[in-house]
Design a binder for this molecule. Structure first.
Ligand SMILES: Cc1cc2nc3c(=O)[nH]c(=O)nc-3n(C[C@H](O)[C@H](O)[C@H](O)COP(=O)(O)OP(=O)(O)OC[C@H]3O[C@@H](n4cnc5c(N)ncnc54)[C@H](O)[C@@H]3O)c2cc1C
Length: 483
């Protein structure tokens, strides 16, 4: 077939790829092709952010209702209506139908091409028997997939990955979750509330959510345990055995019981469960992409500079955005990089200089916000105390309980904690962490303070409204002032 020409070719139609394509052609007559071999919308829309948050929101609402006199009397005898929760989740994932995303792509002038893409030359991408050529740029946005470690019997046992947990259709009575990170903690939270009677978290280290401030993981572990989840630190899965493993479909129990050998807790022990969820990390989708043509490894994350241009490839035509570059495995960060990348491609295509901060992905460095939607929620931005010290900053930390009128009003059992990491040299906030019900909405104020390098003496004049949970900002500033 004759080669087809586009200005920009994006490989991978997840949130990062969609945004890179849209920004690269916005307001111009440039053309873009978006190549996708599963669903346009990517992991986030169908198997990650959207379904997981659709499952967790009812957990938060019920938790609040259970601690609200006047409401709790009406709900305490009941749990979630699992069927209704799953149906709402299916609404958010459009029952794994991407036609609305394809319509959006079409509406902004992006051609969606179905199939698996690989790079076959400079500015050249092959999809099946179609050869696509890019006048300006090729963008890699292929994301990651769940890693399943190569342990004896594990892969043959067909364990669940995050795709099954987020698309759960059959709730196992006994579930083991391997991992102690965000996916493991969030999934343990929703699976327990959806009706899994016994949830066991097998955590290799001694803490949950190890990349956040230690108090965040401690509070989440405390609440999981209070709700009956068995959190086992210092344990590691050795073997799995499931004679009746069967590929029954995503989110369905994959055969009969699984027997696990677990080391740690002092000795090896066996654990038999109805399903096993492996949440031990992600693998970048780079194998088979053709990067070896340019002397780059065909596995692992793709290195980029702050314009999102792939390092080690000449000619400034190859870019990588989102999970695949490993800078911050979060949808909002992938979309941010995509905006920067799209603007860079547009400027280079028009011969404009890359003048100004818009063309530099600076937020990837020490300014990344993240929310973990556990009970309690964890919301953080920037550096933790240990990261700030490791970066050589003159670090000061203030930590307070979230004990303000807005918190007490929001639910009777409110408890939480907040901290600011301060760089004494500039007297600015370089990191913030909030743990508590509903703190997800607090983190953007902290992000503005960190990115804007707002001096603490100015924050003193940013008065939080009464009675809101935001008043914890005042407590933090007062704690600092009293020193
Ligand atoms: C359970 C879970 C919950 C999460 N929750 C959140 C959250 O609440 N908030 C948040 O910010 N982040 C969350 N994340 C992370 C988020 O899902 C990712 O950061 C985000 O999806 C990355 O977007 P992306 O566009 O880089 O990649 P993806 O969304 O993975 O999209 C990549 C796309 O590329 C396609 N593709 C790959 N290779 C090829 C190829 N060779 N040819 C054609 N197409 C290809 C894939 O089919 C896929 O559609 C969560 C992740 C998980 C696992």
């Amino acid at each position: 077939m004759a080669p087809e020409d586009f200005d920009v070719i994006v490989i991978g139609g997840g949130p990062a790829g969609e945004n890179a394509a849209a920004y690269a052609i916005a307001g111009s007559d440039r053309t873009a092709a978006l190549v996708e071999h599963e669903l346009v919308g990517g992991e986030c829309s169908y198997w990650a952010c959207m379904p997981s948050k659709a499952l967790l929101r009812p957990v938060e609402v019920l938790g609040t209702a259970r601690h609200m006199p006047g409401v709790e009397e009406k709900v305490n005898a009941y749990g979630l209506d699992t069927e209704a929760v799953l149906a709402r989740r299916d609404g958010f994932t459009h029952n794994l139908d991407d036609s609305s995303q394809v319509l959006w792509a079409d509406s902004v002038g992006i051609d969606v091409i179905r199939g698996t893409a690989r790079i076959t030359g400079v500015r050249e991408v092959t999809v099946g028997d179609r050869v696509l050529r890019a006048r300006h740029a090729v963008v890699l946005a292929t994301g990651t997939r769940a890693s399943v470690p190569d342990l004896p019997g594990l892969r043959d046992a067909l364990p669940w990955t995050s795709r099954d947990a987020t698309n759960v259709r059959e709730v196992p009575a006994r579930l083991a979750v391997v991992g102690g990170g965000v996916v493991a903690c969030e999934a343990a939270t929703w699976m327990h509330e959806l009706g899994a009677d016994e949830v066991t978290l097998l955590v290799r280290g001694s803490a949950l959510l190890e990349r956040t401030e230690p108090f965040a993981g401690e509070l989440v572990a405390e609440k999981l345990r209070k709700h009956g989840v068995n959190v086992r630190f210092g344990t590691s899965l050795q073997t799995a055995s499931r004679p009746g493993a069967a590929d029954t479909g995503v989110g369905r129990i994959h055969g009969g019981p699984v027997t696990l050998t677990v080391s740690g807790d002092g000795s090896d022990s066996e654990l038999t469960v109805d399903e096993l969820l492996v949440a031990t990390g992600r693998t970048p989708a780079t194998t088979g992409l053709g990067l070896d043509l340019f002397g780059l490894p065909d596995h692992g994350y793709v290195g980029v500079d702050d314009h999102l241009t792939v390092t080690g490839v000449d000619g400034e035509w190859l870019y990588a955005v989102g999970d695949v570059n490993g800078r911050a495995l979060l949808t909002h960060m992938g979309k941010y990089q995509a905006r920067v990348c799209g603007d860079v491609i547009a400027a280079r295509a028009e011969g404009r200089p890359l003048d100004g901060p818009r063309f530099v992905a600076s937020a990837d460095h020490g300014q990344v916000p993240q929310v973990v939607f556990t009970t309690p929620e964890v919301a953080a931005v920037g550096r933790t105390e240990s990261q700030a010290r490791a970066d050589g900053l003159d670090t000061e930390v203030v930590t307070v309980d979230i004990d303000v009128a807005g918190a007490a009003l929001s639910r009777d059992d409110y408890s939480g904690r907040a901290s600011l990491v301060i760089d004494r040299a500039t007297d600015t906030v370089v990191g913030a962490t909030f743990v508590g019900s509903g703190v997800a909405e607090l983190v953007h104020a902290a992000t503005v303070a960190v990115v804007g390098k707002v001096p603490l003496e100015s924050l003193w004049h940013a008065v939080p409204s009464y009675p809101t949970v935001s008043e914890v900002w005042l407590r933090l500033l007062e704690a600092r002032r009293d020193r």
